[in-house]
Ligand binder design. Structure first.
Ligand SMILES: [Zn+2]
Length: 249
């Protein structure tokens, strides 16, 4: 873990410097996914062949089961940052996610922007989501992704005090925009290629749900993942991992 954290911190410092933290820069950096100035977060390891698929805002009965089918077809495991409210509404999908060997993470109960919430609200959002997931799965939760990527030192400290490693990302699918399967796939390919040039693994941000409500249409994301995995199967060195692979480095 120290190796991965140190490398991540160095990478984040370079990113923060490149941003130029002048007036307004701090607010921007609080949302910049690879920035480490508000505290260390886990992003990716140093093996450029390693790619983590991460899915936020589920479980979602309009896409998560279909996504699980695609992942099973390729024998790929992913990381799911789920919302406690949705997990409580669809516990059977959460159990399917875990039964298939995927990693489950905390994405708060109700998806507030934690960078502007009180300390008490932050702790409650994290603790309640942990409790819901642990009740459904019987296992403790190890990872946390802040909604919108919004964070400040207290958010990360509270998470770590609850045994949660904060996880960000370094490739954005922008799958919440109406860009279609081709658009999502282009964003993923571009991001993975950029990380490869830098000798880094890729942590892909995608969504199997939508935080505004159950039933959000995410089939373009599911199809983009299907095509990504199909292409990766054609003799590439890419190895799909879950984020715990990098926490142990
Ligand atoms: Zn989210």
């Amino acid at each position: 873990m120290p190796g991965a954290i140190a490398e991540v911190a160095a990478y984040g410092a370079a990113g923060a410097a490149a941003l130029g933290l002048a007036a307004g820069g701090l607010a921007y950096a609080s949302l910049w996914p690879t920035s480490q100035i508000f505290g260390r977060t886990l992003i990716a390891g140093n093996n450029a062949d390693e790619v983590a698929l991460t899915f936020d805002d589920g479980p979602n009965d309009a896409a998560t089961p279909q996504l699980l089918d695609v992942l099973a077809r390729y024998g790929v495991r992913a990381t799911f940052f789920v919302m406690g409210d949705f997990a409580r509404a669809r516990p059977e999908i959460v159990r399917q996610v875990v039964a298939a060997g995927h990693v489950l993470g905390n994405h708060t109960m109700s998806h507030p922007r934690l960078s502007t919430q009180s300390a008490a609200r932050i702790r409650k959002e994290l603790a309640d989501c942990n409790a819901v997931l642990e009740e459904i799965t019987g296992a403790s939760v190890k990872f946390f992704r802040p909604p919108f990527g919004a964070r400040r030192p207290y958010v990360l400290r509270a998470a770590r005090e609850m045994g949660l490693t904060p996880v960000m990302w370094n490739v954005t699918g922008y799958d919440w925009n109406p860009i279609g399967v081709d658009g999502i796939l282009a964003n993923l390919d571009k991001g993975i290629a950029r990380n490869r040039r830098r000798g880094r693994g890729s942590n892909l941000l995608l969504h199997d749900g939508g935080h505004r409500g159950m039933g959000t249409g995410r089939m373009d994301t599911v199809r983009a993942v299907d095509r990504l995995l199909s292409a990766a199967k054609q003799g590439s060195a890419t190895r799909f991992v879950t984020v715990d692979a990098w926490a142990r480095e």
